[in-house]
Design a protein around this ligand. Sequence first.
Ligand code: NAD
Ligand code: ZN
Ligand code: ZN
Length: 346
Amino acid sequence: MKAVQYTKIGAMPEVVQIPRPAPGPGQILLRVDAAGVCHSDFVVMGMPADQLTFPLPLTLGHEGVGTVAELGAGVDSVAVGDTVAVYGPWGCGVCAKCAVGKENYCLRAQELGIFPPGLGAPGAIAEYMIVDDARHLVPVDDLDPVQAVPLTDAGLTPYHAIKQSLPKLVPGSTAVVIGAGGLGHVAIQLLRHLSPARVVALDVSAEKLALAKEVGAHEALESNDKAAAAVRELTAGRMAEAVFDFVGAPPTVAIASACVAVEGDVTIVGIGGGTLPVGFGATPYEVSVTAPYWGSRAELIEVFDLARGGAISVHTETYALDEAPRAYERLHDGKVSGRAVILPQQ
Ligand code: NAD
Ligand code: ZN
Ligand code: ZN
């Protein structure tokens, strides 16, 4: 079968031929209908050899939707032909975090060498993929696979982040979204649907600022050293009760810190190497700073229900498997509008 792999340190993704895998006991073989391309893949592909905790080559793709093609021994909770989405942050399934569906925070994944598909285990940008356990599968039902697949990360991750701050996003409040890309443009829609907050988007690209407005941002401003002053003016000095940074680079965490209100939340979702000093006087009084990772399985089900209700419409660009390297190039160059989705069966 064809797969898109990261083959060696520093290489760009390439289309390769590999044997079609067979499901072992408890596993499921999916025929992949759609797979999303996330900016985090560049974080993995930017790691030096001594930081990579798994061997190469790696089949990429941690957002996947597919049709159950074959069941390993003992699997009876899904059937051949079911269309399912893959909940990506796999854990041990047993520890205190996994027990409540938060496999993204599994206490034993590292020790047991459990990796998410596309981030250590063979991923979704291939004709077929192996899913280790049926509990990682969420029914897609009537959702379009192209719409559903980005929701497994570009929807779930901002949903989890935003949910923590909803009590602060009361009428009259402001939420700032930094980076209106794959995650950010979904975050804007979630904020508009789940809260009465005024949503201010910041980005460095005019196209992304236009997309931010299109999906519901009240204001879309250039992300630069004047952004905090603009937020101050828009909020009459009150600043933003919640700032979601989907870039997470040194300049954006600095903007996030400068935009946040007293008792506000700064949530650093982007993996751009930025850190924020926290201490008396470093941020306004009683600001909370967090850096969450992905979301729980229950939250993915909630995101799917929101999409079914029409709250979220993901902007997508679709590509055949052979074209996946071009999707990565465009994402790298900041040219993808919304999410790039690969269709391995086309
Ligand atoms: P993307 O490339 O689709 O979007 C990034 C957006 O940020 C683009 O619109 C780009 O124009 C904008 N941008 C770049 N520099 C900026 C700046 N200085 N100020 C404002 N905007 C700027 O990426 P994505 O797939 O949406 O991922 C976003 C980030 O989130 C990445 O760092 C990714 O690794 C990370 N991520 C984290 C998690 C997690 O669980 N914490 C999950 C998924 C993705
Ligand atoms: Zn991701
Ligand atoms: Zn666990």
